[in-house]
Structures are given as C-alpha cells and as structure tokens.
Design a protein around this ligand. Structure first.
Ligand SMILES: Nc1ncnc2c1ncn2[C@@H]1O[C@H](COP(=O)(O)OP(=O)(O)OP(=O)(O)O)[C@@H](O)[C@H]1O
Length: 540
C-alpha cells in the first residue's frame, strides 16, 4: 500500500514519539481490560466484608488509570502534530520543486486545499486510527486471555460470533473511500470558489454583481454540503452498524453469564468481571471493523498528495551553477501547452547575445509570454536545441533559470517589507542602495521607509510602485539577462522611459523587453526587434 511506504519515512523520523505512543496505546488497552479483574477482586473482597481494602485498591487503580489515559492522549497528539507538520512541509517543498508546466497543471487553490484540507484528514484520521488499531488489538488479546481464565466456553462463543460479523468492513470500505474522495474534491472546489469571490471583490463591487458572486459561492457551498452529508452519513452508518452488533454480542454474553451464575459455576465477582471483559473484547473488535474502512478511506487522499506533488527530478535544482556565456542559441524550437493541439511556437530560431537589448513585439496572444517563459527556462521546448556558445549543456532549462531575472506583468510581492521583497533572503546593503536608485524607488523608500510592510501581494502599494520594486528585485539578483514582460506598463510614461533607459545602459547585461506599445523612437533604442506572428518570428 502506497500510504504505508509514504508514512514509513515520517514514522522512522519520529521513532521515539512513535514508540511512546504505542506503549501508551497498549497500556491504555491494558487499563481497560484490568477493570474486569479489578471489579472481580473488589466485589469478592467487599462481599467478604473488607470494604476498606476494596476502597484503597479502587482508588489506586483510578489514579493509575487516569495517568495512562492522559499519557495516551498526550503521546498521540504529540506524534500526530509532528507528522502532520512534516507532511505539510514535504508537500510545500515538493510543490516548490515542480517545474512550471507541471505546477500549472493544477490551480493554486487546489494546492492550498491539499495542504489545508487533505492533510487535515490525515491528521485527524490516520495516526489516531493506527494507534486505535494497535490499542484495539492489544485490548482484544488481553480480553481473550482474561475471559479464557473464567471459562473457555465464553471465548469459543465470542469467536464464533465474530466470524459471522466479519462482513461489516467489507461492505463499508469501498463506499467510505469513494465518499472521502468526493468530499475532498468538493473542498477543493470550495477553496477555489471562495478564493475567486474574495479575489474578485473589486470587480464584484464595481459592477454591483454581489448576487452573481453569491450564486457562484453558493454553488460550491451546496456541493460541499451535499458531499459532507454523504461522507458523514456513510461514516455514521458504518460506526452505528458496528455499535449495534457490539451491543447484541454483549447482551448474549450477559445471558450466558447469568446462566453460569445460576448454575453455580462462577462467583458474583467473576460474573461482573466476565461481563466487563466481554466489553473489552466486543468494543475493540467492532472498533476494528469501523477503523479498517476508515483507514482505507484515506488511500485516495494519499494518492492525491502523490499526484499533486509528483516531482520528476528532486536533485537538479541546487546543483546547477550560473554559467558564463556570450551567446545562447535557440534552434528550431517549438512549443505547445500540455493537452493543447495548437502549437504556440513553431520551429523558431533566435540567438541572444550577452549585453544586447531585444524588444519582443506581437499581437495579443501571439506567444510573447510563452517565448520568454522558454528563454527563462520555465517551459521546455518540444523540439529543437538550446546551445550555449554553440554547445549543448546538461540541464539547459536550469541553466537558463540561473541566468535570467524576470519582471512579470502581474507582479507578486510577499507580505513583507520593501527591503525583504528586494533582497528575498540575501544581504548586500551597497547593492540594495544602487538598485533602489536605478529602479526609481528612492523617493518612495524615503517617504515610507525601507521597512514598510507592503501588505498581502503588495495591496498597500500602487501598481507602478509594485512594478518598480519588482524591477529593483530583478536588478538585485544580478542575472545576465533581465526580462520585462510588460514590466513597465503600469508606470507613467516619464518613469517608464527613465527605467527603460537605465536598463538599456547597463553594459554586459542583456535586456529582453516585451511591449505592446512600440513607439518608433523605442525601436531605435534596441539592438534587435523580434516580431512574433502565428507562432513564428521575424527579426529586424
Ligand atoms: N497555460 C496555458 N495553457 C494553454 N494555453 C495557453 C496557456 N497560456 C497561454 N496559452 C495560449 O497560448 C497562446 C499564446 O499566449 P501568450 O500568453 O504567450 O501570448 P502573448 O503574446 O504574451 O499575449 P498578450 O500580449 O496578450 O499577453 C494564446 O493563444 C494563449 O491562449
């Protein structure tokens, strides 16, 4: 089973906490079975007139019992939290390692739902269920030993009934798995719907489309309610069937014990003991019948985690160094988005020279962003070659990534200070001062302060301010190629020209700029104009 293989590595990492949790799960089972022996003892002692002794024994047992219960809960919560935290970290780490195309296979909200909702299902259900199974098996074994001490007839009878009732988990496992997966999909759908409604707030308000947005949300909400209901119902039917069967079995044991005491075969204390011990047999047995489908129901969740976080190669990211080059050549490259028949780029050949300035132009949808995604190493071409100074290199995509810095049309800023958004973990105060000037944010920094928190995705800044911080970030990264995907479109004409001139003047650094608005004087500033049309290029 896949989940066993996946879980093994988390359990191995937390072997100390795991052993502790197992020890207390078994102790917890022992404490329950021990009650039957205790009851037998104290009833027989009390019947013999030794009430004080019976009271002391009971008090000691209660103290030990509560300690074991507390420790069992504590060790379980501790292990659960540790493992859930590690699963979350692993998932996010793997998501960040994905290449752009496989990342884009799922929506951002799908990943959020995976980490928040699906890991929660494992957190709530997996470890707890495994430990409950351990505890149930231990209780079962101990109960059998204790019951056999009273009479083998009880044991034989209970095993017989168990065989008859074995059918419960087989009925519910499939149904519960399907309901769990449907519930998870509905949660994913809800996360997406909710994100859209909240992110689209401005559009909704300005067009007074509250009803439209509410209806959109309600659709997701009612689907989630429906799926949650089915999931809850199947889960409930599974456990109530188990409870009913357990109750019936205990009733029969009581009748049998009644007969034994009537026939004078066991003492009063033993009768109470055997009834209590039969509870310790029935309860875990039916608990197991409910727990096994519950744990199998999580299989689709494990599969989903595997699918969403599949990373082709874990190793390459950190090992590729920045490369010295003079010319990068793209020869006969083509590209189509996965699952799409239409080729966006067809047999394109172009060369990028160190220090030269390129302007990419073309109609909307011509493939400009796709082309720069390829130049930046985000999209691997379907055919053709990428050469560095005429030579093929290992991991060309990673090498391209190491050599480029992009300012995207839609800038993303972390909910941190201006400074942290530029440095992103690096340190170099001198270079920071330089890029602040070059990106024309000196005035803003003076005004707001370098430690000004920009808000979620920079919502406390204007579009132009965000774009200039993104330019400062790209300059700070000190890559050989700077790419502007309409990266100065949000700026006023004067600032845009100033920044463009600065970037054009940077010697030794290649500039690739995409622009819709190409004025004749702009064309003259660039070394080459790459014109994209119908998936092919014309270089002027
Ligand atoms: N993730 C995607 N999946 C499928 N098709 C896509 C995807 N992204 C873009 N496309 C398609 O690829 C083509 C080129 O898109 P691209 O964004 O590269 O054009 P563009 O020239 O940058 O457009 P614009 O100037 O409007 O930004 C378009 O037909 C677009 O619909």
């Amino acid at each position: 089973m896949m989940e066993v293989v996946l879980m093994k590595k988390y359990l191995k990492k937390n072997v100390g906490s795991l052993i502790l949790a197992i020890v207390f799960a078994i102790a917890y089972a022992g404490a329950f079975v021990g009650i039957s022996l205790l009851l037998q003892e104290i009833i027989d002692i009390a019947l013999a007139g030794e009430i004080r002794k019976a009271t002391i024994i009971s008090a000691c047992y209660i103290a030990a019992f509560s300690f074991v219960c507390f420790m069992q809960a504590l060790s379980q919560v501790r292990l659960n939290q540790k493992i859930a935290g590690e699963i979350r970290s692993t998932i996010v780490g793997k998501i960040l390692k994905k290449d752009t195309l496989s990342f884009e296979k799922y929506k951002g909200s799908d990943y959020i739902s995976l980490v928040q909702n699906d890991v929660k299902k494992i957190e709530d259900g997996y470890i707890e269920t495994i430990l409950s199974i351990v505890s149930a098996i231990a209780m079962l074994v101990m109960a059998v030993i204790v019951i056999t001490r009273y009479s083998w007839v009880f044991t034989a009878f209970m095993f017989g009934m168990t065989l008859v009732m074995f059918v419960v988990p087989t009925i519910f496992t499939k149904k519960l798995s399907a309901a769990t997966l449907e519930f998870s999909k509905a949660q994913e759908n809800m996360t997406e719907g909710l994100t859209e409604v909240v992110s689209g707030y401005e559009v909704v308000k300005s067009f007074q489309k509250e009803d439209y947005a509410t209806a959109k949300f309600e659709k997701c909400n009612s689907l989630l309610m429906k799926r949650a209901k089915t999931f809850g119902l199947v889960k409930q039917i599974n456990s109530s069937t188990s409870s009913t069967l357990m109750f019936s079995m205990q009733m029969v044991i009581c009748l049998l014990a009644g007969y034994f005491i009537y026939a004078g075969k066991i003492s009063y204390g033993s009768t109470v003991g055997v009834i209590q011990a039969s509870g310790c047999f029935c309860q875990p047995l039916f608990q197991l019948f409910a727990l096994i489908p519950a744990i199998r129901a999580l299989t689709p969740i494990w599969e989903k985690i595997e699918e969403y976080t599949a990373v082709e190669n874990d190793e390459i990211e950190v090992s590729i160094p920045k490369k010295d080059w003079n010319r990068i050549s793209f020869e006969d490259i083509s590209f189509a988005y996965p699952g799409e028949e239409k080729t966006v780029l067809s047999d394109i050949s172009l060369s990028i020279d160190k220090g030269k300035k390129y302007l990419i132009v073309g109609e909307s949808g011509a493939g400009k962003t796709t082309l720069i995604n390829m130049i930046c190493g985000n999209y691997a071409p379907l055919g053709g070659r990428i050469l560095f100074d005429g030579k093929a290199v290992e991991s060309a995509m990673e090498t391209l990534k190491r050599n480029t810095a992009v300012v995207w049309q839609n800038v993303f800023l972390f909910n941190e200070s201006i400074k942290n958004n530029i440095l992103m973990g690096a340190t170099d105060e001198k270079k920071l001062g330089d890029v602040i000037k070059e990106a024309r944010i000196a005035e803003m920094v003076m005004d707001k302060g370098i430690d000004y928190e920009v808000g979620s995705d920079g919502n406390l800044l204007s579009g132009g301010q965000k774009q200039r911080i993104a330019i400062a970030r790209a300059l700070f990264a000190d890559r050989d190629i700077i790419v502007l995907d309409e990266g100065i479109s949000a700026l006023d004409k004067e600032t845009a020209l100033e920044i463009e001139d600065t970037l054009l003047k940077r010697k030794g650094q290649t500039l690739i700029s995409i622009s819709h608005h190409v004025l004749p004087e702009m064309r003259a500033k660039y070394d080459e104009i790459i014109e994209l049309k119908d998936g092919t290029i014309r270089i002027a």
